[in-house]
Design a protein around this ligand. Structure first.
Ligand code: AMP
Ligand code: GLY
Length: 424
């Protein structure tokens, strides 16, 4: 362990933050990573990672971190990056104004249209009556419809359907039913895109970006993409896809165009830009923007990155990536499988179950913890997505085999996971 080095503060508590802490802890530049609030699984194998509680303003005053990394979108949408930068800290994350790319689907859609960024056709409805009227004229059975609530909804504010009754019920759920978890004053009705989805990342300094890799995730809860959407049940690196032409298009027509457009608005984008894309051959369209790394994409991506990411994060946070190149990505692939609590993604979950882990003898796998707490010296599950296992391998089949071998060493009552992660 180095005696000098920098203190890093990481905000967040999930599997994405565990992977970030694990990767940053490998940097010789870092002495200690404090995670606010983190989860107890993060500190198991690494003495350089500590979890802390308390108010962020008090914590930064005391720790004086050399770098602050914000994991999730919510604190960014609430302006935490603006506040910490004003206080003189070096922060990797999006400003409140720039996080509208994720926090408002309507802002994001208008921004894409104004800047010629390819995306699905959409109409905005400001009232329930307008939305019902628009849905009635839509060829739902023929072409499908996507209904999106405006505002952050933790992945639950989007319904894709070819059933007119479900479309009308969704509008009622989002806009009228006060007991429904998603509440929207405005909705976006969108053309249903076809193709394969990929999450592409760019590390941005406000003006420039470096490509930061891409990963596929599995959003539906059950095998074969059945059942409701979740935050993500697993992820994998599609080594031989998208095509080089599609990747060039993504850099030029999506990432560059977004940075230019955000600059022109006076709201430069600094941090990690996440483009959720639908790719159909060389045709690429943006489904959504996020202002952070993906969860669980990060847990598959970071174990494949061979470069030290801390100097890259620092350069981006300091606003100057001009001397940095894209990180080196391994020529292996990786698969990450999530274990979830019984009931997830519903609201009635079976929590508080003891988690048993058999010591891992396979040094090609890594467990990343998310919804866990400590009780009487054991981990118990405390959230929907509990943990996940990442394995690297020369092929997807090899990586899958190791990841599932890792899963078979872990047990808790009610655990469920998909059996087809990385099966494409
Ligand atoms: P979002 O929260 O916007 O990422 O939407 C969640 C999921 O809904 C996406 O990952 C897609 O699987 C699906 N989705 C969203 N918009 C569209 C669209 N226009 N066409 C097809 N699928 C979509
Ligand atoms: N896995 C998708 C997301 O992080 O939004």
């Amino acid at each position: 362990m180095s005696s000098g080095g920098m203190t890093v503060l990481l905000l967040g508590s999930g599997g994405r933050e565990h992977a970030l802490a694990w990767k940053m802890a490998q940097s010789p530049l870092v002495a200690k990573i404090h995670v606010l609030p983190g989860n107890p699984g993060m500190t198991t194998n690494d003495g350089r990672i500590v979890c802390i509680e308390g108010k962020i303003d008090d914590i930064v005053r005391e720790l004086k971190p050399g770098l602050i990394v914000v994991g999730p979108e919510k604190p960014m949408a609430e302006g935490v990056v603006d506040r910490l930068e004003t206080a003189g800290f070096t922060v990797l994350g999006a400003s409140k104004a720039a996080s509208q790319l994720e926090s408002s689907k309507i802002f994001s859609k208008e921004f894409m249209l104004e800047n010629g960024i390819p995306t699905a056709h959409a109409v905005t409805c400001d009232s329930y009556d307008d939305a019902v009227a628009a849905v009635k004229t839509w060829d739902i059975e023929g072409k499908g419809i996507v209904i999106k609530a405006d505002g952050l909804a933790a992945g639950k504010g989007v319904v894709v359907t070819q059933d007119p009754t479900e479309a009308e019920k969704t509008l009622h759920d989002f806009m009228i039913d006060t007991r429904h978890p998603v509440k929207a004053k405005r909705v976006l009705l969108e053309e249903m895109l076809l193709g394969r989805e990929v999450s592409a990342f760019a590390l941005c300094d406000g003006e420039r970006f470096i490509p930061f890799g891409y990963i596929c995730d599995h959003k539906r809860v059950f095998d074969g993409n059945q059942g409701p959407n979740t935050g993500g049940m697993g992820a994998f690196f599609p080594k031989d896809w998208p095509s080089d032409a599609a990747l060039t298009f993504i850099n030029e027509k999506i990432f560059s165009a977004t940075l230019r457009g955000m600059n022109a608005r006076g709201t430069p984008f600094k941090g990690i830009l996440f483009a959720g894309l639908m790719v159909d051959g060389d045709d690429v369209k943006v489904i959504e923007f996020n202002v952070r790394l993906g969860d669980p994409e990060t847990q598959a991506l970071l174990p494949l990155i061979e470069t030290d990411i801390v100097p890259l994060f620092l350069a981006a946070a300091q606003g100057d990536l001009s001397a940095c190149g894209a990180p080196q990505i391994s020529n292996e692939t990786a698969v990450h499988v999530v274990m979830a609590s019984a009931g997830y993604p519903g609201t009635e979950m079976r929590l508080g179950e003891k988690i048993t882990l058999t010591p891992n003898t396979n040094d090609n796998t890594q467990v990343f913890f998310a919804g866990v707490k400590e009780k009487d010296g054991n981990f118990i599950n405390s959230g929907g997505r509990v943990l996940g296992v990442t394995a690297r391998g020369a092929t997807l089949a090899a990586a899958r085999e190791k990841a599932y071998a890792g899963i078979s060493n872990i047990f808790f009552n009610g655990a469920h996971w998909r059996r087809d992660i990385g099966g494409q």
